[in-house]
Design a protein around this ligand. Structure first.
Ligand code: SF4
Length: 476
């Protein structure tokens, strides 16, 4: 399993920028998602009103989260669901491992779940001698490759068909092919066996409904439907922020989420699970357990600004629209949550000490805010975290600020001083032109560090002031 870390963001990003195959795959996929989303949104005249409604529902849910969670627990228990709580990744993983051990180390089939990726559930289960099998095609591909997902809704977005063909040939022993139908057939054959023998299904959830004690899972492949209905026992790990107050709220999110994610009007499957099977003729698991996971979310909830990030419905639209994500992909972030939302919630969940580069992985262009179906003001949250990273570094040198950031602060202070006076500004421009001719890096070696990964546009040969003056003379 690859172990990318957020503290390696700069080197990860540099490496990604040199990988033309990766960038080609990313560009193709994010362009496609972006254009499909645009077309789907254009067909919804009430789109802005829906976004407002979704934002208000999420704000209400987060403001009353304690009440909503208790209500969910009470209703779910009344439906026959066992509800458990987990403070952190270790507690949640240990609970799943204990359930698997009680069932005699069965085949475990998993539905795609970023929450289980967040807590590194597969690693824990494998350490305990269990064999979880991802059943979403993209998740299964990255599991076979020993990697982690690089996109919230498209885990293998970074891989080309050729790379997948090679992987299948190596791991499944089939002839190498780039034919999608052949590759899908090979995956289906391999996964069918796992479904047939699985005793335990493990999933996340897109939403948990307080009013009815139900969870909703949406998908396109049907694997979640199988993972939640074929095994004898189902465990769903649900972040506490997934709770919404009412069943009727789902009609808002079901219109926003698929359109924002893949440009679909509706995903192929929606599974609303309200309890285990009730009788011999019923379907579904005999035992259903929901684990409500905190893992840093209540810390985010306690922050008046960052709380907004808990409204995320994991559609992936902000990743597809982000000019940084589109160039470097998800692995560079060193966290399961990539892109603009990942650059907010990873520091929010893990703290800034090792993630302080992530809020700077943005041009603050605002594209992420414009596409977000729940109207999260990501640029504002990123700016807040940037300020905190810089201030925290200043207050505590032990955090080990990268020198370029200190240089940036000094450079902006100097720029502010120069720009406040026209004489100083003219002198600075003259000096900059000279530096450009001689080479900025050789004049000021620290500038080399700042320039790493940045391209400076050359200064114009003549300033606007010169042009204005000349044009004025020409006019006379
Ligand atoms: S922040 Fe908004 S756009 Fe990004 S994944 Fe979450 S809901 Fe989607």
């Amino acid at each position: 399993m690859s172990t990318l870390r957020p503290e390696d963001f700069r080197s990860n990003a540099s490496e990604a920028l040199r990988d033309d195959v990766l960038r080609g795959a990313l560009r193709k996929a994010t362009d496609l998602f972006g254009s499909q989303r645009g077309a789907a949104v254009a067909q919804m005249p009430a789109w802005e009103a829906l976004r407002e409604r979704a934002s208000a529902i999420k704000a209400e849910a987060l403001a009353t989260l304690d009440v909503q969670l208790e209500r969910f627990e009470e209703r779910a228990r009344a439906n026959g669901i066992e509800v458990r709580w987990a403070r952190d990744a270790a507690e949640a993983s240990e609970q799943v491992a204990a359930i698997a051990a009680r069932l005699g180390r069965p085949t475990i089939v998993k539905g795609k779940s970023m929450t289980t990726e967040e807590i590194r559930l597969n690693e824990h289960l494998e350490r305990e001698g269990h064999q979880p099998v991802e059943t979403d095609l993209g998740e299964w591909i990255v599991q076979l490759a020993g990697e982690t997902p690089s996109h919230i809704i498209a885990p293998a977005i970074h891989k080309t068909k050729g790379q997948i063909g090679e992987l299948f040939a190596e791991r499944l022993g089939i002839p190498r092919t780039e034919d999608e139908r052949e590759l899908t057939r090979a995956a289906r054959n391999a996964l069918r066996e796992s479904f047939a023998t699985a005793e335990l299904g493990v999933t996340g959830a897109n939403f948990a409904v307080a009013e009815t004690g139900s969870i909703l899972l949406i998908e396109n492949e049907g694997n979640i439907r199988l993972a939640t209905s074929m095994p004898r026992v189902l465990v769903s790990i649900v972040g506490i922020e997934k709770v919404i107050p009412r069943l009727a709220d789902l009609q808002v999110f079901l219109r926003l989420l698929p359109r924002s994610g893949t440009g679909q009007r509706l995903t192929s499957y929606q599974s609303l699970l309200s309890g285990p099977r009730a009788g011999p003729d019923d379907d579904g698991p005999e035992e259903m357990i929901v684990i409500l996971l905190d893992n840093g979310r209540s810390t985010l909830l306690g922050d008046d600004e960052l709380r907004e990030s808990l409204a995320c419905i994991r559609c992936g639209a902000c990743l597809n629209s982000c000019p940084v994500y589109r160039e470097i992909g998800g692995h560079a972030y060193g966290s399961v949550y990539a892109g603009p939302i990942g650059s907010v919630i990873t520091p929010g969940l893990q703290g800034l000490e090792k993630t302080s580069d992530l809020p700077f992985a943005s041009s603050l262009c605002g594209a992420c805010r414009d596409v977000c179906p729940v109207k999260i003001d990501l640029p504002r949250l990123l700016s807040r975290l940037r300020a905190e990273a810089v201030e925290g570094v200043g207050a505590s040198p032990g955090l080990g600020a990268p020198p370029p950031r200190r240089l940036e602060r000094a450079a902006f202070a100097l720029w502010s001083w120069l720009a406040a006076d026209s004489g100083r500004w003219r002198l600075a421009i003259g000096a900059a032109r000279l530096a450009q001719r001689v080479g900025l890096d050789s004049l000021a070696p620290p500038a080399r560090a700042w320039r790493t990964g940045r391209e400076l546009r050359p200064l114009a040969a003549r300033s606007f002031r010169d042009l204005w003056r000349t044009n004025g003379e020409d006019r006379q």
